[in-house]
Structures are given as C-alpha cells and as structure tokens.
Design a binder for this molecule. Structure first.
Ligand code: IMP
Length: 423
C-alpha cells in the first residue's frame, strides 16, 4: 500500500494537526517525519483543545499506530509533558506510540545554544522558538548527535557528558547574557529519559517497510510549513529541517516511488510567526481582524502571529516543490464579514510583474500585485455541506483552484473535528 503525505504549504500553523486527526480513521499508521517540539499541533473535539508538539496527531484514535520517525528531534522533557497530558485523558498511549531509534535527542545544552545564538544575532535573529532545534540538527549533520537508540547502550551517559561539555564551551564563546540553571535542566532531562525508555524504540524504516508489505495505510505528518524548509524556505529565516515532501522520504526511510497522495494544507489568508520576509503582511485593520478572529497566537510560544492576504505566488511555489495532489483550505470562517478579499497573484520585481518566487522576497525587493474579490458576510462555522456556501466563497475557491491547478478537497470552517467540509 502507498504512503500519503500531509504538509503545510505556508509558514506553518496551517492546521495540520486538525486534518491529521480528521483523516486518521483512514490510516493504520501516522508517522511524523521532521521537526521537533517547535511544532504545536492543535486538535479540538468534544469541547476540549489538545496541543501536541512531538507526538503524531493520530494519537487520540484507537485504530492507529503513531510513529515518531528518524527525522524528528525529541526533547525528552517536553515529550514527558505531552505524555503526562495524554495520561490525564486515560489514553493508553504506550500500546500505540513507537519511536525510531534513529531520532536525535535535544539536550538541555542544545536549548541553551539556541538562546545564546539568537541573543548574539541582535536584529538579525531568526525568531526561533528556542527549543534547541537548530543546534540539534547541527549536531546531527556534524555527526556528533545522540540518538534514541544510544539510550539502549551502556556508554550513552559518557557520550552525553562529552557533548554537553563541548556545548558549554560554545555557550561561553557567545558571551550571551542568558540566565540558566543547568543542573536543574539536567535533572529534569534525566528524569524524562527514564520515562522515554518505557516506550517502544524500533528500527522504524524496517517497521514501515513491513507495514507497506502487509498492505497497511500510512500517513506521513509534516510539521512547520514549506516556506520554513531549510532548502526551499525564506533562508535564513527558516527551521533546520526539510519540511517539504522530500523530507518525508529521508525522515522515515520511505522511497519516493511509494508516495501517492500529497495533501497540501493552507490557510485562506497567510500568517507567519518569528522574523523574516512576508510580502503580503498587513499592518491595518484587515490584518488586525485576521489575528483577532483567527486567534492567531503561536501554539508553542504564545507569540502573536503576523497576518496578511493570501500569497498565491508563494503558495504555487509550495504546490510545485511538494507535488501537491489535493488541497485543503483552513480557516475560511475567519474571513466572513470582510468587504473585499485580496489575493497576491504576482510580485512587482525589478520593474516587472513576475509569477514565481525570486531568491530574495524582502519588502524592498518585491511588492505584491493583487487581484480583488468580493467578500462574504455569512457565518461559515455552522455549515456542514458545500451546498450551503455563499457564492462569494465559491468564487474564492474557484479562483484558487484555477490558479493552482489542484482541487480543494476540504474546506475547514472552525477548529472542531465536525467543522470540516469535504468537497
Ligand atoms: P526554530 O525551528 O524553532 O529554530 O524556529 C525557526 C523559525 O521557524 C522561527 O521563525 C519560528 O517561529 C518558525 N517556526 C518553527 N516551528 C514553527 C511552527 O511549528 N509553526 C510556525 N512557525 C514555526
């Protein structure tokens, strides 16, 4: 059986957690393939809101196995907190949560290095979530990292100490003014490691290979968004992993030829949290309304998200890089009551209109060129069928489908599972 992918097409926070939760009933295995606790996947059902950071969003269903793949970086302390939250809901997670031995561990000193590096950058800071993501992936590619499988070996604490000592020298080098109590952080870390060790560690590529042979259905769950991809995003204002489709192959050990559907998720407008270019960003009442009605605050850091019109140039780029086969439009309900809706269909770049993403999309380099559509007044949150959609919403959807040349299969009209309309 083939593997399907689910990816965010913008700067993250598109609503991947909600859609994975909705789709899980169709899959035997849900597998996270990159990123770490910088992600915040929000799910709402039965009047309760759950936020997951590392654990795949299929965990609330009985039928699915949830796998944390080799491409993910795990902070045991945050992982333990996630498990504690699940335990509050009497969820038997142990029987359906598997962890790749090849996933890398985020050490306390990785978090400190993240903070020291950001503090040293001044105005050029990335706006990192400070979860230690960058330094952990640096140690992975630098071939110094500690992996989950190392915890099964006798000498892992020696390896830990050598790496933590090296990190301390690097932290000193930054001369950054950051306050921390490493002894306390390490105590929490080692306590959490013991909890992690109670879970099942596996050779996940072999597990997924066998699952495919047995005809099981697999959904690979992405984190962050395509424009935060380390290669294809707005570098250096990106995260440190491949958030695009190719990342699922390396982050799980799934061959490209096995991938079937690529579900691309986008918001009906655009948001970004942290620093970096954002051509359609709004600083007026429209942007303020999107932020307020859409409750646009980071699920991991609580930071307000920057808001703007839908950027079709960037979205088309993401559709192409990922080979998206089906689109899902989130938060259409937030735009109810807008008198007009603007969609960026080109950039003014060096005096010309261009329809592709150039190397540099900083404000001084590109200015958005907009097409204007009429807004709708109706409240979408109570709608459950596309036949109820106002004409203006159908026009908005038709315009996007024509431009992107990919069907929009799901329109989400609220955070709850039930507010998901299939077309
Ligand atoms: P880092 O991955 O925590 O180092 O953050 C790098 C950049 O990616 C920052 O601008 C973050 O705000 C952004 N970022 C990281 N994870 C997420 C996410 O899950 N949603 C949205 N933005 C994210």
């Amino acid at each position: 059986m083939a593997v399907d992918l689910l990816l965010g097409l913008q700067w993250g926070d598109e609503g991947k957690g909600k859609i994975v939760d909705v789709l899980t009933k169709n899959y035997d295995v849900i597998a996270r393939f990159q990123g770490g606790p910088n992600a915040g996947h929000t799910l709402e059902f039965d009047g309760i809101k759950h936020v997951l950071h590392t654990i795949p969003s299929g965990i609330f269903h009985d039928n699915a196995i949830n796998l944390v793949g080799n491409g993910v970086v795990i902070d045991p302390v945050i992982f333990k907190k996630e498990l504690d939250n699940l335990a509050k809901f009497d969820l038997d997670y142990k029987s359906k949560l598997l962890i790749s031995r090849k996933a890398h561990l985020i050490l306390p000193t990785h978090r400190l290095l993240d903070a020291a590096s950001e503090a040293s950058k001044g105005k050029a800071k990335i706006g990192s979530t400070l979860k230690g993501i960058g330094p952990t992936y640096m140690d992975k590619t630098g071939r110094n990292g500690i992996r989950v499988g190392d915890l099964e070996m006798d000498n892992w604490e020696e390896k830990y100490r050598a790496l933590a000592n090296k990190h301390q020298a690097m932290i000193d080098f930054y001369k950054a003014e950051i306050e921390f109590d490493l002894a306390e952080m390490e105590a929490q870390f080692f306590e959490a490691i013991e909890v992690l060790k109670e879970l099942t560690f596996i050779d996940s590529e072999e597990y997924l290979f066998q699952a495919q042979k047995e005809g099981k259905s697999i959904l690979a769950e992405g984190a962050q968004g395509s424009l935060l991809d380390i290669d294809f995003g707005t570098y250096p204002y990106v995260t440190s992993s491949n958030t695009t489709a190719a990342g699922a192959c390396t982050g799980l050990g799934v061959a490209p030829s096995r991938i079937k559907e690529v579900f691309g998720i986008f918001k009906a407008y655009t948001t970004r949290v942290g620093s970096g270019p954002f051509p359609t960003e709004l600083f007026d009442s429209y942007g303020e309304t999107m932020g307020r009605v859409g409750r646009e605050f980071g699920a991991t850091t609580g930071r307000p998200r920057r808001c703007g019109w839908l950027d079709l140039v960037a979205l088309k780029y993401a559709v192409q890089v990922n080979g998206v086969t089906q689109l899902m439009m989130m938060k259409g309900d937030v735009l109810s009551g807008f008198d007009k809706l603007k969609i960026c269909t080109a950039y003014k770049y060096k005096g010309e209109d261009i329809a592709h993403l150039p190397y540099n999309i900083e404000r001084e380099n590109v200015q958005p060129v907009y097409t204007e559509l009429k807004g709708w007044k109706e409240d979408l949150t109570t709608m459950r069928d596309p036949s109820e959609f106002p004409q203006e919403l159908n026009d908005y959807i038709d315009f996007l489908e024509k431009e992107l040349e990919v069907p929009i299969k799901i329109v989400s009209v609220g955070p709850d599972r039930t507010q998901t309309i299939h077309r």
